[in-house]
Design a protein around this ligand. Structure first.
Ligand SMILES: [Zn+2]
Length: 275
């Protein structure tokens, strides 16, 4: 399924970049979104298929992969409310891309022209990556809370079912493992700070990393060749005041001490004075 997702992402890029008419591209994008949405269904798969053809399934089929092996779900009510509010406040006429920009607080020409960066929902969902929001949009569409209106060029509109969620009387279940392309996940991980560094030491941590970056550039080597993260973390914890103390930290040998010791000791002294 994960490889399948990458294929869909590639198909989507091809559709975006093709020289076909805007109308055709929109049609292709809607088809791919429907396919992704169907991949993300957490309940019986036969239900949305039959609904698509105007029929209703009373009992789950008991035979599809989700019936036999139900995927893990989590409570997604708050995120669903955020998303629905963003759809509502922007006037129920914009597609997923713009609504996700508003939620994550990404300022674009479109958000500025429409005054959407002044809305209370602007940036309210910045903690969740854009790719995950796109997955949540698809899940809410396939669960029937949102609809992509063809008459509004695929703009998202709220359905009657959304009302209970917005009022807080109805809960929404979302997949625990949203289908998010790999690149998007990696980007998020890179931005996180190692949790071993306490908030109070963040200045020192950042200063040591800048020092390492400068030295790496100077010597034309990757930063980890200067010192590993774990060595920098230990410096943050122990705040060595002289060469002997610095040498006792793992990852600092005699050669590195002579080559880079002074610079790092100076950073630790300077940050200590400012703290
Ligand atoms: Zn089923």
């Amino acid at each position: 399924m994960v490889y399948g997702l990458q294929d869909v992402v590639r198909l989507r890029q091809m559709a975006d970049e093709s020289i076909a008419s805007e109308e055709y591209k929109r049609h292709e994008r809607a088809r791919l979104d429907a396919l992704l949405g169907w991949c993300e269904v957490t309940g019986c798969r036969r239900r949305p298929l039959l609904e698509y053809f105007g029929e209703e399934l009373i009992d789950d089929c008991g035979n599809c992969d989700n019936c036999l092996n139900p995927p893990a779900v989590r409570d997604g009510t708050v995120q669903a409310q955020m998303l629905m509010s963003a759809v509502y406040r922007t006037g129920q006429c914009f597609g997923a891309a713009h609504v996700v920009d508003v939620l994550t607080g990404k300022s674009t020409a479109k958000t500025q022209q429409n005054g959407h960066d002044g809305l209370s929902v602007f940036g309210v969902g910045a903690d969740t990556p854009a790719a995950e929001w796109r997955s949540i949009v698809r899940q809410l569409v396939v669960q029937g809370y949102l609809r992509a209106d063809p008459a509004k060029y695929g703009g998202l509109v709220l359905t009657d079912a959304a009302r209970g969620v917005l009022k807080g009387t109805e809960a929404v279940a979302l997949r625990s493992d949203p289908l998010v392309p790999k690149a998007a996940k990696a980007r998020k991980r890179k931005a996180t700070v190692p949790d071993e560094v306490a908030i109070t030491d963040m200045h020192l941590w950042e200063a040591l990393r800048v020092c390492r970056q400068d030295l790496a550039k100077q010597h034309d080597v990757p930063p980890y060749v200067i010192f590993h993260d774990s060595t920098l973390r230990q410096m943050v914890h122990e705040k060595p005041a002289d060469e002997a103390a610095l040498l006792s930290i793992s990852g600092v040998g005699q050669a590195k001490l002579e080559r880079y010791g002074d610079e790092f000791l100076e950073v630790i002294r300077r940050e200590g004075r400012e703290a």
